[in-house]
Design a protein around this ligand. Structure first.
Ligand code: SF4
Ligand code: SF4
Length: 211
C-alpha cells in the first residue's frame, strides 16, 4: 500500500518518543555538550605523537623517517630531521624530528600515517572539540602540541597499546641479551691475545738462576 513505509517510520518515532520516558535505551540523542556518549576504542580524529617516559624531548618514538610525510594523501605533515641522534627503546641511536607539524585543517583523519609508521610513533587521537577562530595558528599542531605520553595512548586504545608495549618490551629484552652476549664474546676473544702477548701462557715464568 502506498505510504506504508511512512506510517511505519512514524510509528517507530512515536514508540521511541513515548518509550524514552520509561526506558533510557530509547533515548537516541543526548543533551550535548552537557552530556557526552562514551567513545568507541577505535574512534579517531587527528593524529598525535607517542612518547615513552616522562619527557617528550627524550622519549618521542618518532625517528623522523618521513614515511608518513610522504604517504599522507593531502600532504598535511611537515617534518625536519634532527642533525644529532638519541638512543631509542633498544638503545640504538636514532634521529628525531626537530620539526613535526600537522595541519589539522587539511587532515582527513584517514589514519594512513598510523598504518605506515614502522615505529608505532604516531596514533589517532579521539579529541573532536577543536574548533577555533584562529584558522592557522590554532589548527597547525607542532611537535610539542602533538606529543602525548604512552599512558594517554593506553587509555585511548588499550588493546592496541597492550600489544605494542609487549612487542617493544620483547625487543628491548632481546637487545639487552644480545649486547651482553656480544660483550662476553668480545671478552673471550681478547683472552687468547693476552696469553700470546705473554709468551703463549698466562702463568708467569720463574726467573732462571745465574752462574
Ligand atoms: S590521518 Fe591521513 S590526512 Fe591526517 S595526517 Fe595522517 S595520513 Fe595525513
Ligand atoms: S611518525 Fe613514524 S613514519 Fe612518521 S616520521 Fe615518525 S617514525 Fe617515521
Amino acid at each position: 500500500m502506498l505510504g506504508i513505509g511512512i506510517l511505519k517510520g512514524l510509528g517507530e518515532t512515536g514508540r521511541n518518543f513515548i518509550g524514552s520516558y520509561f526506558d533510557p535505551k530509547r533515548m537516541v540523542t543526548v543533551q550535548y555538550p552537557e552530556k557526552r556518549l562514551p567513545l568507541k576504542e577505535n574512534s579517531r580524529q587527528f593524529p598525535f605523537l607517542v612518547f615513552d617516559g616522562d619527557e617528550a624531548s627524550i622519549g618521542l618514538r618518532c625517528v623522523a623517517c618521513q614515511i608518513c610525510e610522504k604517504e599522507c594523501p593531502p600532504q598535511c605533515i611537515y617534518i625536519e630531521k634532527s642533525k644529532d641522534k638519541k638512543p631509542d627503546h633498544v638503545g640504538k641511536p636514532q634521529y628525531y624530528p626537530a620539526v613535526f607539524d600537522i595541519d589539522t585543517s587539511v587532515c582527513m583523519s584517514c589514519q594512513i600515517c598510523v598504518e605506515v609508521c614502522p615505529f608505532d610513533a604516531i596514533k589517532m587521537d579521539n579529541q573532536y572539540e577543536l574548533s577555533t577562530t584562529d584558522r592557522f595558528g590554532g589548527l597547525l599542531l607542532n611537535r610539542d602540541r602533538l606529543a602525548k605520553p604512552n599512558g594517554y595512548f593506553q587509555k585511548l586504545h588499550p588493546t592496541d597499546a597492550a600489544e605494542i608495549d609487549l612487542r617493544r618490551e620483547e625487543e628491548r629484552v632481546k637487545a639487552v641479551a644480545k649486547a651482553k652476549a656480544d660483550a662476553e664474546a668480545k671478552a673471550a676473544a681478547a683472552k687468547p691475545k693476552a696469553a700470546t702477548a705473554t709468551g703463549g701462557s698466562t702463568v708467569p715464568q720463574a726467573p732462571t738462576a745465574s752462574a
